[in-house]
Design a protein around this ligand. Sequence first.
Ligand SMILES: Nc1ncnc2c1ncn2[C@@H]1O[C@H](COP(=O)(O)OP(=O)(O)O)[C@@H](O)[C@H]1O
Ligand SMILES: [Mg+2]
Length: 207
Amino acid sequence: MTPGKFITLEGIDGAGKSTHLRWLEKELRSRGKTIIVTREPGGTPLGEALRELLLDDNGTMHAETEALLMFAARREHLDKVILPALARGDWVISDRFTDASFAYQGGGRGLAMQKLDSLEQWVQGEFQPDLTLYFDVMVEVGRQRINAIKPPDRFEKEQDAFFRQVRDAYLERAHKFPRRIVVIDANQPLEEVKESLDKIISSICIC
Ligand SMILES: Nc1ncnc2c1ncn2[C@@H]1O[C@H](COP(=O)(O)OP(=O)(O)O)[C@@H](O)[C@H]1O
Ligand SMILES: [Mg+2]
């Protein structure tokens, strides 16, 4: 059996993760892969309950509480969904994973990256995605796209300065892990982003 692969999609709100995830899923299925689509925070019943608490637009919580809940949901997600699927040989695509904690709780909220490193080590050891697609978009562009479709959640209500810090932290991650994280210019029109993705998919499906 071909071993499964773990692909994560990252980027600020409005970058196009959900849009391209659907397309990626279809493309990989057409190549004969069994695909499990999931998301963070969430992916399990407990994780989805934590997601509601985390995204509740009336909620306030300490930045460390937020980080701890994200990693608690992740521990469950790995145990119940991601690791079993990969062990079966399935491919897993997750709308966000640990890079988002470094970007939002580290960059956006300003938590020390070493604290997040410790949580990452605790929850997942050396386990990492096989591939991370980081959709890089300008903050103003992402916000315009999101405003057009839905009311903002607790994160989406943050100011542009918060999202600039999130974006900078994502770019730093991409710089630090150039072999795992592929940066896609998501400011481009949809068709051009798809073309970039198409090339990436062709290269990973050679395996
Ligand atoms: N490259 C793009 N050009 C124009 N519109 C886009 C592009 N990518 C996404 N969109 C639109 O922006 C909105 C938010 O996209 P979505 O995929 O939900 O982003 P995310 O999941 O990253 O928050 C959707 O209406 C989507 O159609
Ligand atoms: Mg989305």
